[in-house]
Design a binder for this molecule. Structure first.
Ligand code: TXD
Length: 319
């Protein structure tokens, strides 16, 4: 059986880390694509040379030609620019929309059967635009944010409760950004919901509220520390978890930006919700029951995503 093929569109900080993880996990051969000449080739060569030490046998190729992603099973898209000082949100939207157009067309022409995971910000709008530009089925195009946001939540909860991170599950719904909705009732330690743990005296509502706030600002906290870019290790590992669920038909239940067609009362938008990922791509949207507070917060998040799409349509009339 031939190896699977993973195309990474964007060979920046997350792209390079994705390539490293995909190789170490031997998910398949890796193609790193970027518009900048030399960088994807350099990273692919560097990573290939760690193969003999690490012991992985996958081919890594860097390229500036979309023809090289032909037949990819998975495409993970991190291409784009980050917001720089003096740049408005609309400036960023305009630039990254153009990037999504070229990436969407490149994928449609060369890897139309791939499972596509978008990482580029602003996530909920870019995954929608990428789907529009590529014309791929909605169940084959998803956005990565919820796995990362809930990993941050899980990490903070594990620290608070002084338990293994693997024993903490957490759900974060809604858009990626300030409006994300960490759902405390569905977050557990080995199956015990966080509100029960508060009742057991393991923590207080105030401390959990602080953790929720820190999770919402999780990306910004790292940007403030790094100063020259945003997080890349945890974002990369989160996107790889989604890719692996598809490639190995694992039926993982993961929070992702998925296309909603009536679920949660939302029509025609990408919003973060739990989904089942298997060989069929998005195999199911999991519609969990939300309490009134979570419902209200989810709506704020949905409204923020809608606003972004209006801005996108204003910039790019073909959408
Ligand atoms: O949770 C999440 N979804 C995120 C998203 C968490 C962290 C970071 N998030 C976003 O991911 C971030 O705001 C960026 O939009 C992307 C990628 O982040 P990364 O840190 O990898 O950015 P880099 O290092 O700037 O890499 C972007 C690369 C860079 O090499 C550019 O040359 C390339 O994208 N680029 C392109 N590649 C292909 N095609 C086009 N048109 C293109 N334009 C730029």
């Amino acid at each position: 059986m031939a190896r699977k093929k993973i195309a990474l569109i964007g060979a920046g900080m997350i792209g390079g880390t994705l390539a490293h993880l995909a190789a170490i996990k031997e998910l398949g051969d890796v193609v790193l694509f970027d518009v900048v000449e030399g960088v994807p080739q350099g990273k692919a060569l560097d990573l290939s040379q760690s193969g003999p030490v690490e012991g992985y046998d996958v081919a890594l190729k860097g390229t500036n030609d979309y023809a090289d992603i032909a037949g990819a099973d998975v495409c993970i898209v991190t291409a784009g620019v980050a917001r720089k000082p003096g740049m408005s949100r609309d400036d960023l939207l305009g630039i990254n929309l153009k990037v999504m157009k070229s990436v969407g067309e490149g994928i449609a022409a060369n890897a139309p059967d791939a499972f596509v995971i978008c990482v580029t910000n602003p996530l909920d709008a870019m995954v929608w635009a990428l789907r529009e530009f590529s014309g791929l089925p909605h169940n084959k195009v998803v956005g990565m944010a919820g796995v990362l946001d809930s990993a941050r939540f899980r990490h903070f909860l594990a620290e608070e409760f002084k338990v293994a991170m693997a024993d903490v599950t957490a759900f974060v719904l809604g858009g990626h950004g300030d409006t994300m909705v960490p759902v405390v009732e569905y977050s557990t330690v080995a199956g015990i919901p966080v509100p029960d743990l508060i009742a057991m005296g393991w923590s207080t509502k105030e401390r959990i509220d602080e953790i929720v706030k820190r999770t919402r600002g999780g990306g910004g906290e790292i940007v403030a520390l790094l100063k020259t870019g945003s997080a890349y290790y945890a974002p990369a590992t989160s996107a790889i978890e989604m890719a692996e669920a598809y490639l190995k038909d694992k039926k993982r239940v993961l929070p992702c930006a998925a296309y909603l067609d009536g679920e949660y009362g939302v029509d025609g938008l990408y919003v973060g919700v739990p989904i089942v990922i298997g060989a069929g791509g998005v195999e199911r949207i999991v519609e969990i029951k939300l309490n009134d507070e979570a419902k209200a917060n989810f709506q704020v998040s949905v409204d923020a995503v809608k606003e972004l799409l209006v801005a996108c349509k204003g910039i790019e009339p073909s959408l």
